[in-house]
Design a binder for this molecule. Structure first.
Ligand code: FEO
Ligand code: CA
Ligand code: CA
Ligand code: CA
Length: 659
């Protein structure tokens, strides 16, 4: 690394090399530790989950489910830190961490050894389907339901390392069995009423909680992403309602087609013990998932709320920033191929002097979707029934049934509303983060291997989409993803127009199969190839690491962008953590900070307010293995079973992370 370049920014750590070793690698002078790992108990009255229990089939018992209601769940994803009073003053360093538990790897819960033993009734491979497995092992289904959701836990810093505060009043779990309220415009809508919730204002549980966010008033936002995995029975529903001329039936099918449940069994098989996950039996249950959930980490009393004003889709994240006029903007990615970027702007304004006054700010406001114009401008289009004639006049394709009757229906089927209004299909919008120094907004488009070089209209998620690479998504077979930089007009996050440019085309900048681009003026010659890269104009490829599939983003107080990856790395290394300045002479000079363990993705990139600790979640370590034959032994080493784990990284001698 050239010394003059290194000296030009605040990132003075020695970058690491990428690695495929089953270990966490951090720069010289740094340490890491496991803060909370899967199965670790939050209370002293419940024991920790042991490797012996995992290996002997304990997870399929009622006791395992009881315990898991007090233990750290599976596949930790988002991490958001909320300081407690006195943080970093008088030596007091404690706070609350909120963590999402996205989904489960059944092979690491219910499959034993390389070959199944036919006599083992707890081995999932002895059953024809997941549904059959859970019918035979209903307690395993209870355990599965307790494994996902959210953990809220107090942690404290002792001698550098953060650790769980056992029995803290803040410690709690949210699972698939926790009552949650629906609030905002879609609460109570006909389409969120079910046999079990006739008023349509309560839901049991939250699922596929991916990334998240926090609010200026200190609440946690959790994003329900691939909730469609949990619903089955769609072919039977289509069979039953397909010939109906009842507008409700026609709209029910259309709403589902834009985020479609599994045609037969769900991916999880939990409908074996719970009818509500069978979309034929309870058609509206899926409309009660796919929302942003808000909870108060400091107060376990009020129920969490699903904020329907923010729309229903495969929510990746929810990133808030206070706009010039005091409204709160929330940036929202919809992580699927050819889906959209959204922004919600509150009607009310943030009141810094009165926390309680902000608690329902997210129930009222305007949801926008982004259109990226080829000339580098963009517009936020209001997803608003009252002010958009095109939404009021739209009909369900092939019928004369009105597509939407009110704003609630726009929000439930907002992908369809965004199609109608001409939003720009992107290469899987994952995390969105705002730079606290400049106010610019960054969106990770993680990858999209379906981008082609010639126009090919194909049917995806209930609509026809043009697959051709375009200016905002310029690469064909975009295996390694890209990052888009957005500058709101007037530097106001409530603006309805913006400027945008590509910040990074990820990949291997030293690949012989692609070009290392130092400017994108020739982007009109798109499509660019899979291995063409661009790092915000940085000109020296030799000092850049390879990076693939940027997923979550985070910013430190200096305005450096931290990037964690989820997926294929260009040179075959494990996923990792990278950092890049977005301004100044080293804009685009990416460096690798951390390498993760086998089969894992890295989530989070969350800092303490003093930037002295970086929190990361290590998700699905060793997920290509089975119990007893793990592909990773993270975090406990030896021949232990792999466990999704929240880790902290800090400088041994103190100081901000990155220095
Ligand atoms: Fe759950 Fe889009 O990652
Ligand atoms: Ca994930
Ligand atoms: Ca993600
Ligand atoms: Ca991802």
């Amino acid at each position: 690394v050239p010394a003059e370049a290194q000296a030009a920014d605040s990132l003075t750590f020695t970058p690491i090399e990428g690695s495929d070793a089953d270990e966490i690698i951090v720069p010289e002078g740094y340490e890491w530790n496991s803060i909370i790992q899967w199965g670790q108990s939050l209370v002293s009255t419940t024991p920790n989950l042991t490797d012996a229990q995992i290996r002997d089939g304990f997870l399929a018992t009622a006791a395992a489910a009881e315990n898991m209601n007090n233990q750290f769940g599976y596949n930790c994803d988002a991490a958001e830190f909320f300081p407690l009073p006195g943080f970093d003053a008088d030596g007091a360093t404690s706070g609350i961490i909120c963590v999402n538990h996205e989904y489960m790897n059944y092979n690491l819960l219910f499959e034993f050894g390389e070959e199944p033993d036919p006599a083992n009734t707890r081995d999932r491979r002895n059953y024809d389907s997941r549904v059959e497995y859970f019918r035979a092992n209903p307690e395993a289904a209870r355990f599965a339901r307790a494994n996902v959701g959210i953990t809220v836990a107090e942690i404290e810093r002792v001698d550098g390392a953060w650790q769980l505060v056992l029995d803290s009043q803040f410690n709690r779990r949210i699972t698939l069995d926790t009552p949650i309220n629906l609030s905002g415009p879609a609460a109570g809508s006909d389409f969120v009423q079910t046999q079990g919730s006739s008023r349509g204002i309560t839901v049991l549980g939250t699922y596929n909680n991916c990334a998240g966010g926090n609010t200026p008033w200190g609440t946690y936002l959790s994003a329900e992403e691939n909730f469609d995995q949990i619903f089955g029975g769609f072919a039977a529903l289509e069979e039953r309602l397909g010939d109906s001329t009842d507008p409700v039936d026609i709209k029910t099918l259309d709403f589902h087609r834009r985020i479609v449940p599994r045609s037969g069994d769900s991916s999880l098989g939990l409908e074996a013990t719970w009818n509500r996950f069978d979309s034929n039996r309870v058609p509206n249950e899926a409309f009660r998932y796919g929302w942003i959930v808000e909870l108060d980490p400091y107060d376990p009393t009020p129920r969490p709320k699903k904020r329907t004003a923010l729309g229903r889709f495969k929510h990746e994240c929810a990133t808030t920033i206070v706009a010039t006029g005091g409204q709160v903007a929330v940036y929202l990615g919809d992580d699927a191929r050819f889906e959209y970027l959204y922004k919600f702007v509150t009607a009310g304004t943030f009141n810094a002097a009165n926390r309680a006054a902000n608690m329902d700010l997210l129930d009222e406001g305007t949801l926008y979707v982004a259109r990226f114009n080829d000339d580098g401008t963009g517009e936020w289009i209001a997803m608003d029934y009252d002010s958009q004639p095109a939404l009021r006049s739209a009909t369900v394709e092939g019928t004369d049934v009105p597509q939407f009757a009110n704003q609630a229906e726009v929000l439930i089927n907002v992908r369809r509303a965004a199609d109608i209004m001409g939003a720009t299909p992107m290469d899987r919008p994952e995390d969105v983060q705002a730079n606290p120094v400049t106010g610019k907004v960054y969106m990770a488009c993680t990858n999209n291997t379906r981008r082609t070089s010639e126009t090919r209209l194909s049917s995806r998620q209930g609509r026809e989409v043009d697959d051709i690479a375009d200016i905002p998504n310029p690469r064909t077979n975009n295996s390694f993803g890209h990052i888009v930089e957005i500058t709101e007009d007037g530097d106001d996050n409530a603006a309805t127009t913006f400027a945008w440019e590509i910040f990074m085309l990820a990949g291997d900048p030293n690949s012989e199969e692609g070009r290392f681009l130092t400017q994108l003026n020739d982007i009109d010659e798109a499509p660019l190839g899979t291995n063409d890269t661009y790092f915000a104009g940085w000109t020296d490829a030799s000092v850049l690491p390879a990076i693939g599939s940027p997923d979550n983003l985070g910013f430190d107080n200096q305005g450096n962008m931290w990037i964690v990856t989820d997926g294929r790395q260009p040179t075959g290394n494990n996923d990792g953590t990278f950092v890049v300045p977005t301004e100044g002479p080293t804009r685009g000079f990416l460096r690798q900070f951390m390498s993760s363990v086998n089969d894992s993705e890295v989530c989070g990139a969350e800092f303490t307010p003093d930037n002295e600790t970086l929190f990361l979640n290590i998700q699905h370590p060793g997920d290509s293995g089975v119990i007893g034959a793990p592909a990773s032994n993270f975090p406990n080493g030896g021949d232990s079973e792999p466990r999704p784990t929240l880790i902290g990284i800090w400088k041994t001698d103190g100081g901000v992370v990155g220095s």
